[in-house]
Design a protein. Structure first.
Length: 139
């Protein structure tokens, strides 16, 4: 039985976070756009896991996708690749001590932010398709 309310709660938060990431990209805050894109993807995957009645803890998108596969959900290679790229920005987008000098904002640009947003959209589309499939299967 899929918990539609729980999925919607998390997915809508993912969409709002992705919209905020887009505003950051436009404002030139590229590192924050990348971080929020990763967070949006996390929220969407966690929402799907919770809707399926599974725990959804931790911050590794790849581990969360592994948990989905453990539920019998096939994760396409392009979704896994998008998650891998997003996960690579999780720490460096926020912490100055990742770099020998400067701050995270010095190392992120519009192209990287645009790619992160597209990767997040890929993950959100995937979770939305999975949710719709699960919903229709229980009807």
């Amino acid at each position: 039985m899929i918990d539609e309310r729980e999925y919607r709660r998390w997915y809508e938060h993912a969409e709002r976070t992705l919209a905020s990431a887009e505003r950051d990209r436009i404002a030139g805050d590229h590192n924050w756009a990348c971080f929020k894109a990763e967070q949006a993807a996390q929220f969407a995957v966690k929402g799907l896991l919770r809707a399926l009645g599974k725990e959804a803890f931790g911050h590794s998108l790849l581990c969360l996708l592994d948990a989905l596969e453990g539920c019998g959900v096939a994760v396409p290679a392009e979704v896994r690749a998008a998650a891998r790229a997003l996960e690579a920005d999780y720490i460096p987008s926020r912490y100055p001590d990742v770099y020998p000098s400067g701050a995270p904002g010095d190392f992120f640009d519009a192209a990287r932010a645009g790619a992160a947003l597209e990767n997040a959209r890929c993950v959100l589309r995937f979770t939305s398709r999975c949710y719709e499939h699960a919903r229709s299967s229980q009807a």
